[in-house]
Each structure stands twice: as C-alpha cells, then as structure tokens.
Design a protein around this ligand. Structure first.
Ligand code: GLU
Length: 273
C-alpha cells in the first residue's frame, strides 16, 4: 500500500516536472516501468503515420513500428501505454523519462543528438509543400517568397529549415500539423510544409481538397528516439527494426498505411549502428 502511494505521488511529481522545468534527479525516477508497461511517444494526428481514432485506438506506420519493437522488447500490445509526443516536446519527454522511446516522424539531426539518441533510421522522407487543390500559384519553395503564408510546427526540422533558408516567407508555427491543415482548408494560410509522407496522409484523408507540389527539398531520416546514453535500449531497438525489415512486417506495414497515398514501397534504409 505504501509503495502504491509512493508511486502515485511520484507519478504526480513527474507530471509537474514535465509541465515545468526538469529536475534531473526526480526526472531519473520518472521511469514508466513501475506499472509493468512500456510507454511510447507517438503523434495522435498524422493519418497514415500515427493517428488516434475516435474509438481511442491508434493506427499508422509509426504505430506499427512502435508496436513491433515493443513486442520484441517483451511488451505485448496490452502492456503499451501511448503518450502524445508533439514535435516540440519529443526531447523533453525523453529527457524527463516520461516515455521509453519516441516513434513520431522524428528526424535524426545533429542538434537533437546533443540531447537524445536515436535507433534506426527506419524510414526516409523529405520536406514538401501541401496546398489547396485549386491553387495554381504555389509550385515550389521559390513561389513562397511572394508574401505567402506558410504553416509548419514548432520544434520541427521543416520549420527550422524555412526560417534558415527562406527568410522572406511568412512562417506561422502551430503546435500540430493537423491544426495547419485546418487553417489551410479554411483559407487562413496558403500552404503547409513538412515531410511528404505526412502531407500525403492528410491529402489522402480529404480526397480532392489538397495536393502536394514541388520536389522534396530535404532528406529526413526517421529514427526512434531514446534517452541519451541508453545504448542497451538503442541496440535492442535496432535489432527489432532489422528483424521487422527481414520478416516482411516492415513492407506489410508500408503497404497497409501508405497504399492510399500512392507511394511505391521503397527499400528500408540501413540501420546505423
Ligand atoms: N521529420 C520532421 C521532424 O522531425 C518533421 C515531422 C515532425 O515534426 O514530426 O521535425
């Protein structure tokens, strides 16, 4: 009983820590294993990749990868706890120990590697643009310089890239891509930018409403984020990714989740050990 009370208090403290600034010692105690579950950070609003449906179930390529990895780590579906991991919160969730790993369209970058580590990569994507289907004047990044309103998400690599390389663009940063897509639908903004696989998921969900334009203008390698220095977990996740690719599950997940978006099945990228 005392243990349960302690865990309860710890859980509350963890929530407070997450909301405010992290206290390292406390954060270290906030491992989700106390409940016998593994906690995975995913997006809740990215169709094709990771979406929480009205009935509360989750589906998408990232979710399939996350579940497969959990299974290899010894956690069947009923012992997985899912936590929403918006772009701007992924490093914090890992550093606070609120999630064991993050599978959330999470690009491996040098600046993120200063704070977290990555298994993978398990998928390649590239930055692109989504506009309304009837738009004719946005055809690529160059057309954005003409006072176009572009939406992306705080803490994401696409938003950072626009800021660094296209300073003339009016960039608006929202918390989620689904919020950007709603703003695109109702005319508040002119285009949304992020990875092509994400944009294709929104386009497939609303047939006839949107289209992708231009070429991919970055290379995004999706990794599975783990806490910095947790090499044991990182190696086991790498093993799981390779197993998923070998046994056909990776390909099946790709076809299941991106079939509607019309992507040809690529070769999976080699895992970087
Ligand atoms: N892959 C990019 C990133 O990690 C964009 C997608 C996202 O924000 O989740 O920032």
């Amino acid at each position: 009983m005392r243990v349960r009370r302690l865990l309860h208090r710890l859980a509350r403290l963890c929530a407070v820590t997450a909301a405010g600034s992290a206290v390292a010692a406390l954060a270290a105690a906030c491992t989700p294993h106390d409940s016998g579950k593994i906690t995975i950070g995913v997006k809740f609003d990215q169709p094709g990749l990771s979406v929480k449906r009205p009935d509360g179930t989750l589906g998408g390529f990232d979710v399939d990868v996350a579940r497969y990895v959990a299974g290899r780590l010894g956690y069947p579906a009923e012992r997985i706890a899912w936590l929403e991991a918006p772009s701007g919160q992924r490093e914090m969730l890992l550093r606070n120990g609120q999630v064991d790993y993050v599978v959330a369209t999470y690009s491996i970058t040098d600046s993120r590697l200063e704070k977290v580590d990555f298994a993978g990569p398990y998928l390649l994507a590239g930055q692109s643009l989504l506009v309304r289907a009837d738009n004719t004047d946005i055809t690529g990044t160059a057309s954005l310089q003409r006072h176009k309103k572009l939406c992306s998400v705080s803490g994401s690599t696409p938003a950072q890239r626009i800021k660094d390389r296209y300073p003339g663009v009016q960039l608006q940063r929202y918390d989620t891509y689904s919020a950007c897509v709603e703003a695109l639908r109702n005319g508040a903004i002119d285009a949304v930018t992020t990875d092509d696989v994400i944009l294709a998921g929104y386009a497939a969900q609303s047939p006839g409403a949107f289209k992708l334009v231009g070429e991919r203008f970055s290379q995004e390698e999706y990794g599975i984020g783990v806490r910095k220095g947790n090499d044991g977990l990182r190696h086991r996740i790498n093993d799981a990714i390779e197993q998923m690719e070998r046994d056909g599950s990776w390909r099946a997940a790709f076809v299941d989740n991106f079939g509607a978006a019309g992507f040809a099945v690529p070769d999976p990228p080699p895992v970087a050990r």
